[in-house]
Design a protein. Structure first.
Length: 364
């Protein structure tokens, strides 16, 4: 009996998520639009629309009068009915953004973090920043939660930060749990690059194919969107792209190995040879494409965005030169559509997706 109840609840939330997805991508929609886009029955769509309207998530936006038949009510999403705050925790800074239900970024703020910061430092900075951002228009009652895009490695499933590279005080820290208690908000924790690729997928919509977001910011990581979902791996630690070895006799990396892409790239960048650093990154991207056969590669990160055209040109050239069958084996390379906000925005979108996206069915 419990299982039946769980299935009914899952189905209700799943149908709601399908309607919300139509609302995010269409300026206005009506019942027949949703039926055609989702395959749900008209009766099921009517029930979902009534529930979403009662909750203030969508609203009537007029009627369409066909030549024959009854007028059809037209609906639209209410973007300011719900918000989420997203946090991008880097080694030097904390970036917070405010995102509405449609995925639009309304405010963005960056503050410095102390060198080798502790969990307590981060929690205090989050508290100050959230109070300031939630105070804009008195949004606390419409705030769905906080999403955190954090340096890895981490355990997304259990909300733990596992020995974050370059941070001494982050050994098995239960960040999700302590942040919820400290901030009195629901918290979603994910790897920074996974949050970033989620933002790109939200903005591109249903046509977004298999993709990677490559971030260069203190470290180098890769977030993956495969088969229509974020790919986290067996231990939710996928994305350590910068710690793939490109030089067996190379310098020692912070991860303890020699010749990782990250350290080889950073040595070139620190020497002022940005062109060579970009070519090193491009080699890593080509290796990744040989493994995963991706349709899109998005480039992001504060360090990369200081020289965006140099990196974009190097990666585009390397990918083009490697595609020996360009007539069918092609990959689109571009800079992130959200720039420096992509990680924080994606973390906020993950919170909204938890509440208004496709739910996960718990195992039996």
């Amino acid at each position: 009996m419990t299982r039946v109840t769980a299935d009914v609840s899952f189905l209700r939330d799943y149908n709601q998520a399908l309607v919300m997805a139509v609302g995010r991508t269409a300026r206005t929609f009506e019942r027949s639009t949703v039926v055609e886009a989702t395959g749900l029955t008209p009766q099921a769509v009517s029930k979902v629309i009534a529930r979403l309207t009662a909750n203030g998530l969508i609203r009537p936006a007029g009627v369409r009068r066909p030549g024959i038949g009854k007028p059809a009510v037209v609906y639209e999403l209410v973007p300011d009915s719900r918000y989420a705050i997203g946090a991008h925790v880097a080694r030097r800074t904390l970036r917070l953004v405010l995102v509405d239900l449609a995925g639009a970024v309304h405010h963005s703020a960056v503050s410095p973090l102390p060198g080798d910061f502790t969990p307590e430092h981060l929690l205090d900075a989050l508290s100050v920043g959230i109070d300031s951002m939630a105070g804009i228009g008195d949004l606390r009652s419409r705030l769905t939660g906080l999403g955190i895009g954090m340096i890895g490695p981490l355990d997304h499933a259990n909300g733990l930060v596992r020995d974050a590279h370059g941070l001494r005080h982050w050994h098995d820290v239960p960040l999700r749990e302590i942040a919820e208690k400290h901030l009195n908000l629901p918290v979603h924790l994910d790897k920074d690059v996974t949050a970033g690729i989620t933002a790109e997928a939200w903005r591109h919509g249903a046509t977004f194919g298999d993709a990677a977001l490559i971030m260069v910011e203190s470290g180098i990581g890769g977030g993956f969107w495969l088969s229509g979902a974020a790919h986290r791996g067996a231990h939710t630690n996928a994305g350590e792209f910068g710690h793939t070895v490109v030089d067996l006799t190379g310098p020692l990396c912070v991860c303890g190995r020699h010749g990782c892409l990250e350290i080889v790239h950073h040595r070139a960048a620190e020497a002022g040879d940005i062109a060579h650093a970009a070519r090193v990154l491009a080699v890593g991207v080509v290796n990744l494409l040989q493994t995963l056969d991706l349709a899109h590669v998005l480039l992001a990160g504060a360090d990369l965005l200081r020289h965006p055209q140099t990196y974009l040109a190097a990666v585009t050239e390397a990918v083009g030169a490697d595609a020996r069958r360009a007539d069918w084996l092609s990959t689109r390379v571009a800079l992130s559509s959200l720039g420096a906000d992509v990680i924080a925005a994606g973390a906020a979108m993950q919170v909204l997706d938890q509440h208004y996206g496709i739910p996960e069915l718990a195992p039996i």
